[in-house]
Design a protein. Sequence first.
Length: 140
Amino acid sequence: MIKVKTLLLAISLGLFATTAATAQVKEVRKDNTAVEEKQLKDELKPKGMEERLALTEEQKGPYKEINKKYAEKIKVLRDNPEGDKIEKLKVAKSLQIDKDAEIKALLTEQQYTTYMDIRQERKVAKAAKKESMEATQQAK
C-alpha cells in the first residue's frame, strides 16, 4: 500500500513539475513577443520612422503633417459606425495611396524605397501576429 502511495505521489509531482515548467516557458515567450512587438511599434512610430528614413530637418515637419493628416482621416473612418465594411476598406486603401504619393513627393528615391520596405515589414509582422493569434485561439 505504501508503494502505491509513493508511486502516486511521484507521478503527481512529475506532472506538477512539467506543468510548472511549461507555464514558465509560455510566460517567457509572451515576454519576448511583447518586447519584440514594442520594439517594432517604436520603430514604426513617426519618430522611429524619421530615424530609419534619415529625414533632414526640412523633411521632418512636412512628414509629420502628412502622417497627422491621414491619421485623422483614418480615425474618422474607423470611428464612423455606419457604412459598409468593404466600402470603408476601399476608402482606407485610397487614403493610403494618396498618403504614399505625398510621401513619395517629399522623400528622396532612396528614402522612399526604405519607406516602402518598412511598410512591407509592417504587413509581414501584422500577418504573423494575426496568424499567431488564430493559432492560439484554435489551441484553446
